[in-house]
Design a protein around this ligand. Structure first.
Ligand code: FAD
Length: 475
């Protein structure tokens, strides 16, 4: 007989969606458990996603800055500046370790029971947990629960016919842990993950080639911003092969042979690289969950079907994060985690899907929220544009970091902000102000009349708003 534990809420998956949902449910008074099979909390994001990639991005940026701009800033470097790959990776691993164990502390503080194991459905109210090796509890368990939140996340989408060995042909996971800096790095996919990883290795000295099926990079970015991003990355040494379909890629000892063809003309070409990164996206992950046992519905893309309160076909089983609809982003999963717990408790919860920011942590950063120009045109909404370049922002100039601009899209009649797009230093931090403005229905004038500290980059945001309905002062 399996030993049985009883909970009010069981959360399956300890990623940003799951761990946040578990803490919120516990804070709302539920006896809550979270089951995670990775051995560490934090999911894709903390272990092999947002956090390790940002460590590599930040430190490779610092390296490049020291190498290329120290002298013009009046800093003399004696001797060579070089990267110690082992320590570079260690800095990343240390950040990840601190943050994942931090969540264990938060679980203890909030009295969330943490089971290290694989959860699978027996029925609508019964979850089996098979412990992983590092689990304290060595026996299989059965959890009886009133409510369940599924947050099993996503996995790398494989490229048909290309075998990933995480050494020469890698997914984002392998790319985060390369033991050497490749001389040549080819990347299939010009989306955020591909461009971020490309930025890391380009700064460390790799020759980066992006192979992208679409005619543009940046997936859902505003078209003008995507073009500007491409221009900046090209200047940094990226080679872009757009409108190209990869046909095959094979490892031959220490090189990868890649064949691709022009989407329009069918012209075939080939390329050799030391490492190939396959970054064509992610897909929902449900392996081992035994969702079939309760007949959970999934759509054509494998996403768990839910209603607007995150309910699956069972009102006691909700589903959030990458494994269901919407952008695959950590902060979106977190918002849903909180809302799902609140819906269970009191029938109310709130996620504004029109106001989920996206950030690409390249340099300069790219961040956006709300509508793009392309979306506004498709929806026949009349709009006005306000722009302000960082070259005219005093802080950016002083920082010697003034590439890019802020672009604000407002309703032509009401002047309400509809979208904000920033390409520039610290765009990822600045986009929070746009989110707040959007959430409260601010007009461009509302933002422009708020006193912004001087000298800050955020003055460029204020000036772009001023430009949208009137004229900027400093440009
Ligand atoms: P996940 O984080 O995938 O967590 C799901 C967890 O469930 C996993 O740990 C898994 O082990 C566990 N699990 C699955 N099945 C079971 C089971 N049956 N039993 C027990 N446990 C189970 N997003 C951003 O917002 N910003 C970024 O900068 C960013 N950068 C990224 C960079 C990379 C390289 C990658 C790959 C992703 C990045 N993302 C980023 C996306 C982000 O990581 C995901 O959107 C986020 O992790 C989704 O959270 P989640 O909780 O839905 O799922």
């Amino acid at each position: 007989f399996l030993s049985t534990k009883t909970h009010d809420v069981v959360v399956i998956g300890g990623g940003p969606g799951g761990y946040v949902a578990a803490i919120k449910a516990a804070q709302l008074g539920y006896n809550t458990a979270c089951v995670e099979k990775r051995g560490r909390l934090g999911g894709t994001c903390l272990n092999v996603g947002c956090i390790p990639s940002k460590s590599l991005l930040n430190n490779s940026h610092l390296y490049q800055e020291i190498k290329e701009s120290a002298a013009k800033r009046g800093i003399d470097i004696k001797g060579d500046v070089s990267v110690n790959v082992q320590n570079f990776q260690k800095a990343k691993d240390d950040s990840v370790k601190q943050l994942t164990s931090g969540i264990e502390m938060l679980f203890k503080k909030n009295k969330v029971t943490y089971y290290k194991g694989t959860a699978s459905f027996k029925d609508q109210n019964t979850i089996k947990v098979v412990p992983i090796e590092s689990a304290a509890e060595k026996e299989e368990l059965e959890l009886k629960t009133e409510k369940v939140i599924i947050a099993t996340g996503s996995e790398v989408t494989p490229f048909p016919g290309i075998e990933i060995d995480e050494e020469r042909i890698v997914s984002s996971t392998g790319a985060l842990s390369l033991k050497e800096i490749p001389k040549r790095l080819a990347i299939i996919g010009g989306g955020i993950i591909g461009l971020e990883m490309g930025s890391v290795y380009s700064r460390l000295g790799s020759k980066v080639t992006i192979l992208e099926f679409a005619p543009a990079i940046g997936a859902s970015m505003d078209g003008e911003i995507a073009k500007t991003t491409q221009k900046f990355l090209k200047k940094q040494g990226f080679d872009f092969k757009l409108g190209q379909k990869v046909v095959s890629a094979k490892r031959n000892n220490d090189v990868v042979d890649i064949e691709y063809e022009d989407v329009k003309t069918g012209k075939k070409e080939s390329l050799q690289s030391d490492v190939l990164l396959v970054a064509i996206g992610r897909r929902p992950y449900m392996q081992g969950l035994n969702a079939e046992a309760i007949g959970l519905e999934v759509d054509k893309r494998g996403r768990v079907v839910i209603d607007d309160q995150f309910n699956t076909k069972y009102p006691n089983i909700k589903c959030i994060g990458d494994v269901t609809f919407g952008p695959m982003l950590a902060h979106k999963a977190e918002e849903e985690g909180i809302a799902a717990a609140e819906f269970f408790k009191n029938g109310h919860g709130h996620v504004n899907y029109n106001n989920i920011p996206s950030v690409m942590y390249s340099h300069p950063e790219v961040a956006w929220v709300g509508k793009t120009e392309e979306q506004l045109k498709a929806e026949n909404i009349e709009y006005k544009i306000g722009k302000f370049p960082f070259i005219a922002n005093s802080r950016a100039k002083t920082n010697m970091d003034s590439e890019g601009f802020v672009k604000i899209l407002i309703d032509a009649k009401t002047e309400r902000i509809l979208g904000a797009h920033i390409i520039g230093p610290n765009a990822g931090e600045m986009i929070a102000e746009a989110g707040l403005a959007l959430e409260y229905g601010a007009s461009a004038e509302d933002v422009a009349r708020v006193c912004h500290a001087h000298p800050t980059l955020s003055e460029a945001f204020k000036e772009a708003n001023l430009a949208a309905f009137s004229k900027p002062i400093n440009f």
